[in-house]
Design a protein around this ligand. Structure first.
Ligand code: ADP
Ligand code: MG
Length: 317
């Protein structure tokens, strides 16, 4: 851990020692922390209350409530929730392997086997949310997909992530972390950040919001809250992992919004030339404009590209 890190002092976190910063969010800072009594390592998301509206405060409480009801190896665990006058603290499972985003930046793109290995775990998380919990995540993206600490390292830290959460190429080049097939392993991938997640209206699963019988169809159907939004996002993540750039991009948000609205993307040559037809077929069933025709998580997991075996063992020590 960096010598320069000056841990902030938070009232309410006296039982922890803050060790380093893991990341930043809009209204939050995420720290690696050690629980003094048990010596256990956690990630603590500290949310500043004074910047939040009442509605935003309510959504943090909901984020915590939703996370607390989760129990899945591919979903970041919430161990505790502390509220003080100034902050909310989410005491989370430490995923110190960093963001999938940084892995893509570093590796340029993933092999199909490595992509499958990672995306299978993400799909397990989504299946659990959609089919068992009736929850849509609504913010699936590489920044919210985190790797657990790399198991083969005896030291718990130092995998090439500097304090600011930026990638330190030198550390990786020293061979301390070589992601990829057979290269020393890549930890489990976990879905994080339930800040936008919602319990959905859904007759197939439970209906925790009460009676749906009197609810107007446009509300029940509200597409912003439907499972298909996660499947579109999963398609974007899959596309990006395979080729190293996202399906829709423009520096100008307005133009980007138009591109997304048209839903037009291409398998750009030469980057997509050597990628299998099966992979392209799967992407196209996710980046499908019509949400009713878009693959569900069940269909996704049964696609041939997903069920085909990796020739090489993914992790070897
Ligand atoms: P926001 O809602 O503001 O996006 P996130 O929950 O996504 O906040 O956290 C912001 C960043 O902090 C993440 O992108 C990640 O880099 C880091 N982070 C969050 N949770 C963890 C965790 N459990 N372990 C390690 N790093 C984390
Ligand atoms: Mg986030």
């Amino acid at each position: 851990d960096s010598k320069e890190f000056v841990p902030p002092v938070y009232r309410g976190l006296e039982q922890y020692r803050l060790v380093s910063k893991l990341g930043d969010g809009a209204f939050s800072n995420v720290f690696k922390a050690i629980h003094l009594r048990t010596n256990q390592t956690f990630a603590i998301k500290a949310v500043r209350k004074f910047e939040l509206t009442q509605a935003q405060k309510a959504s943090v409480l909901k984020e915590a409530q939703i996370m607390r009801s989760m129990d899945h190896p591919s979903i970041v665990k919430l161990y505790d929730f502390v509220e003080t006058k100034e902050h909310y603290f989410l005491i989370l499972e430490n995923c110190q392997g960093g963001e999938l985003f940084h892995r893509i930046v570093r590796l340029t793109y993933f092999s199909e086997d490595l992509t499958r290995h990672c995306i299978q775990q993400v799909a397990e998380a989504i299946r659990y949310l959609h089919e068992e919990k009736g929850i849509v995540h609504r913010d699936i993206k590489p920044e919210n997909l985190l790797f657990e600490p790399i198991p083969f390292l005896d030291r718990p830290v130092d995998i090439g992530l500097s304090q600011a959460g930026e990638y330190d190429e030198q550390k990786e080049d020293e061979g301390r972390f070589v992601p990829g097939l057979g290269g020393g392993g890549i930890g489990r991938v976990k879905l994080a950040d339930f800040g936008l997640s919602k319990v959905i209206w859904d007759q197939e699963t439970m209906t925790p919001c009460g009676t749906v019988g009197y609810t107007a169809p446009e509300i029940v159907r509200d597409e912003r809250y439907s499972k298909s939004v996660d499947m579109w996002a999963l398609g974007c993540v899959l596309y990006t992992m395979l080729c190293g750039f996202p399906p829709f991009y423009d520096e100008d948000t307005k133009i980007l919004t138009e591109k997304v609205a048209r839903g037009q993307y291409t398998f750009l040559s030469p980057w997509w030339d050597s990628i299998s037809a099966d992979a392209k077929d799967l992407v196209s069933h996710l980046l499908c404009m019509d949400p009713t025709r878009r693959y569900t998580i069940g269909q996704f997991m049964q696609h041939t590209w997903m069920t085909s075996d990796c020739a090489t063992p993914v992790v070897s020590f």
